[in-house]
Design a protein around this ligand. Structure first.
Ligand code: EZ4
Ligand code: CO
Length: 403
């Protein structure tokens, strides 16, 4: 089955998405997600200039070889732009392979290990009271796992808590990045107070999560992890930037609060030490950024032997296509942990008709063949690309901070 053409579709139905569509001489096509939030056009150029020309005429059935060809063949390995391009191609090729087998993707991965996959959604508030109200509402809507964030009193809303940040649909469409203000010493004592109030309000039969977005040091995380132990979090996410993987040893020596990291990782090498030394509990790689279905499968199989479970990144900027690939992997994967699912704008659902569905606090794959997600190019044409940036963070004295 030869690849005859590859299209790159860029559209913004509330968020910018880069979608790869691979056509074959058998009439089958597949689609993949290649979006890197805030740097979309870099992936488009990489695909158009350097990937598509060398794939025309290749056998679409040889997924592993094409993955290796793009990874090893470039000489310049890894990196978010290269790996998103590889991911987009890989997801589309798995879609084609499953369609050719006339099966849903989870079946060709090995079949279902579960019927539905647990998700978590986000609640943010400007005050602890607002966050508590939001969590109660999610609970009433049937959610079994909820991520809770709160603003720092006296400072403008931070990530995940107010309209100026990443969570507002379309809120990132602006000429320059929003600048947020960060204060570690004001934040650290606040978070245990939030989770104490949450446990008082919603009890213990719900998973509560928290994301620190790479802003702490290992010893600060150790302190926070200890202070949060009485509230039994499902996890503390991205406490420290993981470029220095061994820094997580220090966290582990001090706290039993479970640790999740990896939404910005691209390859198994980014998490090799974290996993093999059992320094984390959940690995957050996602199909669109970590090498597609091929990349995820390799990382998650490796994680399984060290008791590390999956937790695919799934915010609004991971498109419904990558979400489809994730949910099929989640359904098969023996060491599945949880799936992030932030939801999408109505226009995004319309642009990507999908067989996967939300059922309360869970996602189901549906039984459509392939990964079950398509793209409506007419709808895409109505939502042109708009340059948009993620926020940046600075400390109160102006120092650039991790975001
Ligand atoms: O900031 O997807 O867990 N989710 C997150 C996300 C990320 C964005 C970056 O593009 O931290 O909201
Ligand atoms: Co996160």
């Amino acid at each position: 089955m030869k690849i005859t053409a590859i299209k790159v579709i860029v559209a913004s139905p509330g968020r910018n998405f880069v979608t790869v569509k691979i056509m074959t001489d058998q009439g089958l096509y597949g689609i993949g997600d290649a979006t890197v939030n805030g740097r979309e056009m870099a992936v488009v150029a990489y695909l158009q200039e350097h990937v598509i020309p060398i794939l025309i005429g290749k056998d679409a059935a040889r997924i592993e070889d094409i993955w290796q060809y793009l990874y090893k063949g470039a000489y310049w390995r890894r990196g978010p732009i290269t790996m998103a391009a590889i991911s987009g191609v890989d997801i589309a090729l798995w879609d084609i392979k499953a369609k050719a087998a006339n099966m849903p993707l989870y079946q060709i991965l090995g079949g279902a290990s579960r019927d539905k996959v647990m998700i978590y959604q986000h609640v943010g508030g400007l005050t602890i009271e607002q966050t508590v109200e939001g969590v109660i509402a999610k609970r009433e809507a049937g959610h079994v796992a909820i991520r809770a964030q709160v603003s720092i009193p006296g400072l403008p809303p931070i990530y995940g808590t107010g309209p100026s940040t990443d969570q507002a649909a379309g809120g990132m469409v602006q000429a320059l990045p929003v600048e947020e203000v960060w204060s570690t010493h004001k934040y650290l004592p606040l978070v245990p107070k939030l989770f104490q109030k949450l446990r008082d309000a919603v009890g213990w039969d719900v998973h509560l999560l928290h994301d620190t977005h790479h802003r702490l040091t290992p010893i600060e995380t150790a302190r926070l992890g200890k202070d949060l132990e009485p509230y039994r979090l499902f996890w503390l996410e991205d406490p420290v930037p993981a470029e220095l993987q061994e820094s997580f040893r220090l966290i582990r020596q001090h706290t039993t609060t479970p640790i999740a990291v990896g939404e910005v990782f691209n390859t198994i090498w980014d998490c090799q030490q974290l996993i093999s030394e059992q320094l984390i509990d959940y690995i957050r790689v996602t199909s669109v950024h970590a090498g597609g279905v091929t990349g995820l499968r390799r990382i998650f199989d490796f994680a399984a032997i060290y008791h590390v479970r999956s937790a695919c990144h799934g915010p609004m900027d991971v498109s419904p296509v990558a979400m489809g690939a994730n949910v099929h992997v989640d359904r098969w994967l023996p060491n599945f942990g949880i799936q992030e699912y932030s939801g999408y704008t109505e226009a995004t659902h319309e642009m990507f008709p999908h067989s996967w569905q939300q059922e309360g606090g869970f996602l189901v794959t549906g039984e459509a063949i392939g990964h079950g997600v398509d793209i409506d190019e007419k709808v895409a044409a109505r939502h042109p690309y708009k340059a948009a940036y993620l926020p940046v963070a600075r400390a109160e004295d102006g120092t650039m901070w991790s975001w």
